[in-house]
Design a protein around this ligand. Structure first.
Ligand code: SF4
Length: 358
C-alpha cells in the first residue's frame, strides 16, 4: 500500500525476519482478488486477497494483516481474508497485527512471535527508527504533490522522486536517516520549476487505501500534477499509524479536523468518513479551488460522507467531485470526469475574477 513497504522493509530488516514483499499491485492482482472475494466487498479487500495470493506464489508461508475495529468493515477484513484463502486450499500461518492503541501487549506479542527473544525496549527502538524513515518518505511525497504542478519538464518530479526514494531507502542509523532525508528533499526541490504558473489548488480527501495506493486510483495524483494541479491530501500513512493522530504530515491534528466536521457530522462513522467532511471544510477555508473525494464503491463511511457533502458544498461554496472505484472502473472514464471538473473550477475562477473587476 503506497510507500508503506519502505517502512516495512526497514523494520523487518531490523527484526531479522525473512520476508517476501509481494509484487506491486497490478491488474493481475486485482483480477485474482476480485475472482475470489465477495462481490460487494470493498476494493481494498479484493486487492489484499490478490496481494496475499501473489505473496504465497512467491514463497510466503506466513501472512500478516493489520487488524482494526468497526464500525466499518475493516474490523473483520483479516478474518474474512483468512477464511477466503483457507477455503481456496492455501496452507499458511496467519497473524493479525492489532492497532497499538487497542493494546500495547498484544501489539508487542505479534512482533515477538516474528522475532523470538525480542524485548519491548528493542522493538520500541526499532519502530522509532523505521517510523522516522517512513515520516521522511511522507514528507517527500507531500512535497512532490505540490511541486509537480510547477515543473518545467513534464515528468521531472516523478523521475526525481525515484532517485530520492533510492537515497532514502538505504540509510540505517537515525543520523544517516536524517542526512538522507535532507539530501532526498534537496534533490526534489532542485526540480526546475515555473513559480509564476497559474495552477489550480485541489484537496484530495476520502478513504485511506484509495488515497495511499496509486494503483487503486489509476495514479490520479500524478495525472493531476501533470495537469498543473497543486495537490494536498488529507491522509498520510505515518499520520494514520501514529497512535496520537497528530497528523504531522497533513498539518492538522485529527481532533481539529473532527471539530470542523462537527456541524455536519458529530460522530465516528468508521474509516475516514468524519475526516473527509472536516477536511473539505478545512480546504474550503484555506481557499482551495475544489475537492476530489476518492472512495471504494460500497465504502460505508465514505458513502455517509458523500450523502452529507452537498450541504458542506453549499455552506462553504466549494465544488466537490466524488469518484468511486471498483474492479469495473475504467481509467478513461475517471480522467474524463476529472477534466470536466477542472474546466468547471477554471470557469469559476474566471467568473469570480470578473465579478471582482465589475
Ligand atoms: S473504510 Fe470503507 S473501504 Fe475501507 S474497509 Fe471501511 S468500508 Fe471498506
Amino acid at each position: 500500500m503506497g510507500n508503506l513497504h519502505f517502512m516495512l522493509d526497514d523494520l523487518f530488516g531490523r527484526l531479522g525476519v525473512d520476508y517476501i514483499r509481494p509484487p506491486a499491485s497490478s491488474t493481475r492482482t486485482l483480477q485474482i482478488g476480485a475472482q475470489h472475494s465477495p462481490e460487494f466487498a470493498c476494493l481494498p479487500l479484493k486487492i489484499n486477497i490478490g496481494n496475499f495470493i501473489e505473496a504465497m506464489e512467491a514463497g510466503a508461508d506466513t501472512l500478516i494483516m493489520a487488524g482494526g475495529h468497526g464500525p466499518c468493515r475493516f474490523g473483520y477484513y483479516g478474518i474474512v481474508e483468512e477464511r477466503i484463502l483457507r477455503d481456496l486450499g492455501y496452507d499458511f500461518k496467519f497473524m493479525m497485527l492489532e492497532p497499538f492503541n487497542d493494546g500495547a501487549w498484544a501489539f508487542y506479542k505479534t512482533f515477538e512471535a516474528l522475532s523470538p527473544g525480542l524485548s519491548i525496549r528493542k522493538l520500541w527502538k526499532m519502530l522509532k527508527v523505521s517510523f522516522s524513515k517512513a515520516r521522511a518518505f511522507d514528507r517527500l511525497y507531500k512535497r512532490a504533490l505540490q511541486l509537480r504542478a510547477y515543473e518545467v519538464n513534464l515528468g521531472d518530479t516523478s523521475r526525481t522522486l525515484r532517485q530520492a526514494e533510492e537515497i532514502l531507502s538505504r540509510p540505517r542509523t537515525p543520523e544517516e536517516i536524517e542526512a538522507a532525508a535532507a539530501e532526498a528533499m534537496t534533490v526534489i526541490e532542485a526540480v526546475e520549476q515555473d513559480p509564476g504558473r497559474e495552477v489550480m489548488r485541489v484537496g484530495i480527501v476520502g478513504e485511506f487505501y484509495l488515497l495511499l495506493e496509486p494503483f487503486s486510483n489509476f495514479g490520479l495524483e500524478e495525472t493531476l500534477g501533470h495537469m498543473d494541479v497543486y495537490l494536498e491530501r488529507s491522509v498520510w500513512v505515518t499520520d494514520w499509524i501514529a497512535p496520537n493522530r497528530d497528523n504531522i504530515i497533513y498539518g492538522y491534528p485529527k481532533k481539529d479536523i473532527e471539530k470542523k466536521a462537527e456541524p455536519f457530522l458529530d460522530q465516528n462513522v468508521g474509516g475516514e468518513g468524519r475526516e473527509t467532511i472536516g477536511s473539505i471544510v478545512m480546504f474550503a477555508e484555506r481557499g482551495f479551488d475544489g475537492i476530489i473525494q476518492l472512495l471504494p464503491f460500497g465504502c460505508m463511511p465514505e458513502n455517509i460522507a458523500t450523502s452529507i457533502i452537498p450541504r458542506v458544498q453549499q455552506e462553504h461554496d466549494i465544488p466537490v467531485l466524488t469518484l468511486a472505484f471498483d474492479e469495473q472502473t475504467g481509467r478513461a472514464g475517471v480522467i474524463t470526469r476529472v477534466e470536466a471538473f477542472l474546466d468547471l473550477l477554471a470557469a469559476r475562477r474566471r467568473s469570480k475574477a470578473g465579478a471582482l473587476r465589475a
